[in-house]
Design a protein around this ligand. Structure first.
Ligand code: F0G
Length: 380
């Protein structure tokens, strides 16, 4: 149940009928809340409100046809677009908003390339908080902007890119006249919540993958996965650790270049970021895991985006396809064992960015609603 704030001391798994015969949570044994499933590994307290929109538990799908086309026998896709607002952001947002509520916050704010704002708006709405989102003007995919607007967030569009938007919300959180909690991934609860995706991958596979490939923008998610894999190893739940392979868009690849990019540009607007906040922890994840962070072109991203839809049935957003494009390029370059167990994180749903999809699609073939006309149109 959304925004249900059970009193302190409520059973961790819910399910027991509460007063009046209303369950604390629907289907609790079959589908525990994400924060309950991994409670021992998360910074939650007895007093943390039991906020949930049903985040997490996303599918890990084996992509046999796509893998065969690319020469990979064990290619898996983690479908983070199956989260409530259509991206991985919900894993960390549920925790950040619950902890903000616990601390007495009335107002939350974030800068965003779109998905963080959609998630903050939704969880803020469920929790009854004021939500302010600051976005780079004209550079947000249509669906994401509509999500924030529909949920009643105050949407500010600023001149400049994500990096400028993040600068101004940091200042907003630091002023004292109108207290507001920052829910960007520099909020440690965001990273802690996002680490649950690494736990799920290991639970589903029964081990860590050989390679985990992931798009990199503000660099919080690659940092979160690495923290998650290490925590799972330390808890004795897995033996080995994966190599982390991060991919930036070539027009927005500061970590690859080793310097900030003033004017980042890419079709993958979600990762159009020139100066990532979690730069240092992303580099540590890369180096400690024996992994890499490389760049993929917009053409490679769009080719992988199309292949995922046509060969795996998975419609992801362009930024998500950066992980696929990178794996494909490294396989082609002979830098990836064809039998390696590879998980690509598909961070957001394709429906968020209908304009990119429409730009690549052919218009429908028109036909009269008769068998001969339809057969003729099909060329049968
Ligand atoms: N994929 C998608 C779909 C994203 O929305 C983002 C980031 C990333 C990948 C990269 O993740 O920033 O943790 O390295 N989106 C942020 C936002 C910046 O505002 O929605 P990261």
């Amino acid at each position: 149940m959304a925004a249900e704030h059970a009193p302190a001391g409520a059973p961790a798994q819910g399910g027991a009928p509460a007063q009046g015969g209303v369950p604390a949570q629907a289907n609790a044994p079959a589908r525990p809340r994400l924060l309950d499933r991994y409670r021992s590994l998360l910074p939650v307290t007895e007093a943390t409100p039991r906020l949930s929109l049903g985040e997490g538990f996303t599918p890990l799908v084996r992509a046999e046809r796509l893998g065969a086309a690319w020469g990979l026998a064990n290619l898996w896709l983690k479908l983070e677009g199956a989260n409530p607002t259509g991206s991985f952001k919900d894993r960390g947002m549920v925790l950040a908003v619950a902890r903000a509520l616990e601390a007495g916050a009335r107002s939350i704010a974030c800068a965003s390339t779109g998905n963080t704002s959609a998630s903050a708006a939704a969880y803020g709405a469920a929790a009854g908080l004021e939500v302010v989102v600051v976005l780079p003007k004209g550079k947000i995919a249509a669906g994401k902007l509509l999500q924030a607007q529909a949920a009643g967030a105050t949407v500010l569009a600023v001149e400049g890119n994500f990096d400028a938007a993040l600068r101004v919300v940091r200042e907003l959180a630091a002023q004292g006249d109108h207290p507001v909690t920052l829910v960007n991934s520099i909020n440690p609860h965001r990273i802690a919540g996002q680490a649950t995706a690494a736990f799920e991958v290991c639970d589903d596979l029964g081990r860590a993958p050989d390679v985990l490939a992931i798009p990199v923008g503000n660099a919080g998610n690659i940092s979160a996965y690495w923290a998650g894999f290490r925590a799972y190893r330390d808890a004795g739940r897995i033996d080995g650790l994966p190599r982390l392979w991060g991919f930036q868009a070539s027009g927005a690849a500061p970590i690859v270049l080793g310097r900030p990019v003033e004017q980042p540009e890419t079709v993958a607007t979600a990762i159009r970021i020139g100066n990532p906040a979690s730069w240092a922890t992303a580099v540590a994840a890369r180096d400690e895991s024996g992994g890499l962070i490389e760049a993929v072109s917009d053409d490679e991203i769009l080719a992988a985006y199309g292949d995922a839809a046509r060969l795996a049935g998975v419609f992801c957003e362009p930024a998500s396809a950066a992980s696929l494009a990178g794996v494909r390029a490294l396989r082609e370059a002979g830098r990836l064992d064809p039998d390696a167990l590879v998980v690509c994180v598909l961070t957001g749903h394709g429906l968020k960015d209908p304009d990119t999809a429409a730009g690549l699609a052919s218009p429908p073939v028109e036909a009269a609603a008769t068998l001969p006309a339809v057969m003729a149109a099909l060329g049968w």
